[in-house]
Design a protein around this ligand. Structure first.
Ligand code: KDG
Ligand code: MG
Length: 412
């Protein structure tokens, strides 16, 4: 089972996706997601120029050896571009191994530890009535856990709120928040931490009063707070019993979480921009978090994220894999197989893709009563339709950035 060809496919049905397709000499194909939101072409170049030539002629069965070879032989390790490329190769090789074995990937990872994966969706609104409508709409779709993001008085545009512009781009179909906007420059958003910290607890109080104590609620602070501000937020949200509070501080400084942890019992989730176990080393060992937010796509693939999650399991830390729309259906399928098999699964983020994306990527997963299952097709259970993919060439798009009132650039 020798890798005979490797193709990097860029398609932009509802947004940009980068997919690696490996084909073996006996005709098996495997897909890996290599999408890095707003920096897609950097991964395309890394794969095309530096990885694909090294893959041709390798034994497709040797997943771990290929991972170690790509990671160590580059000398320049880690980082989102490298690890997205390594992830795509790793995921595609698991897909091929599953097809060769005639089994879904979760069976190769040890078999199912549960019957389905609890998911959460993204409710948002610029004010309370809009937010309540959005929460109800998500419940009607079947979601049993809901992330809550709202507008903040005085701030024009803010992370996490589905915008009308996005609805229009999606032909009027409701599409959850998609932060990357097509165009030649990133959009500028504004930010004020004090207004945010004052407003958010009141929103959760109102949501609990309307929807009761049972509904699991999540919130994403998106890396914007200092440790002491994060501690304040965690403390002020304690009465509303959050499932988790996500990315409270910029993720680079693992020690910051110590201070936050000392002050609040609100469960913490972090890691969507981490890419190796080294980014988690201290916060897992010191039990500073409760959920690992990494995606298979950005953390070196199924092989490496499984190692991170096995390490986390020793400390009763669970998975909460990243699953926004910039994780392609291939990356989502990889998350589902991993999540189904590990013991310490927590919850899976799941924003549904648009209809065009679902035409490009034919999928065999199910989503029933708020629970995902990857299905039992051999491999990952996703196939890419080249004709559909070819209809949608790459469109430049950027994630937004933040400025404070005085013009200072702030974390987005
Ligand atoms: O590409 C950036 C998005 O994936 C990110 O902003 C989404 O924070 C996010 C989340 O929790 O889904
Ligand atoms: Mg997040």
């Amino acid at each position: 089972m020798i890798i005979d060809s490797a193709e990097v496919i860029v398609t932009s049905p509802d947004r940009n996706f980068v997919t690696l397709k490996l084909t073996t000499d006996d005709g098996l194909t495997g897909l890996g997601d290599a999408t890095l939101n707003g920096r897609e072409l950097a991964v395309v170049a890394y794969l095309t120029e530096h990885v694909v030539p090294l893959l041709l002629g390798r034994d497709a069965h040797r997943i771990e050896d290929t991972w170690q070879f790509l990671y160590r032989s580059a000398y320049w390790r880690r980082g989102p571009v490298t690890m997205a490329a390594v992830a795509a190769v790793d995921t595609a090789l698991w897909d091929i191994k599953g097809k060769a074995a005639g089994m879904p990937v979760y069976q190769l990872l040890g078999g199912a530890s549960r019957t389905g994966l609890l998911t959460y969706g993204h409710a948002s609104g610029k004010d309370l009535p809009e937010l309540f409508d959005s929460i109800r709409a998500h419940q009607e779709q079947g979601y049993r856990a809901i992330r809550v993001q709202t507008g903040v008085p005085g701030l024009k545009s803010i992370y996490g709120i589905a915008s009308n512009a996005t609805y229009e781009a999606m032909d009027g179909v409701r599409y959850d928040h998609e932060p990357a906007q097509r165009g030649a420059r990133p959009a500028e958003e504004d930010w004020d931490t004090r207004s945010y910290l004052r407003h958010v607890p009141a929103v959760f109080e109102a949501v609990r009063a309307e929807f009761g104590p049972e509904l699991p609620l999540l919130h994403d602070a998106h890396h914007r707070l200092t440790p002491i501000q994060a501690a304040q937020l965690g403390k002020s949200l304690e009465p509303y019993d959050l499932f988790w509070l996500e990315d409270v501080t910029p993720a680079e400084n693992q020690e910051a979480l110590r201070l936050v942890r000392q002050h609040t019992t609100t469960p913490l989730a972090i890691g969507e921009i981490f890419n190796t176990v080294w980014d988690y080393q201290q916060i897992i060992r010191e039990q500073l978090i409760d959920y690992v937010r990494s995606a298979v796509t950005h953390t070196g693939g199924i092989s490496h994220l499984k190692k991170v999650l096995d390490y986390a399991a020793q400390y009763q830390i669970k998975s909460g894999m990243h699953g926004p729309t910039d994780i392609s259906p291939v990356g989502m399928a990889a998350a589902m197989h991993l999540g189904l098999s590990i013991h310490n699964f927590g919850i899976q983020e799941y924003m549904r893709h648009g209809a065009r994306t679902d035409e490009v990527f034919r999928q065999s997963f199910t989503w029933t009563d708020g629970y995902l299952h990857p299905g039992d097709a051999p491999g990952l259970g996703v196939e890419l339709d080249p004709d559909e993919a070819g209809k949608y060439p790459y469109v430049q798009a950027y994630l937004p950035f933040n400025r404070l009132h005085d013009g200072t650039v702030h974390d987005w």
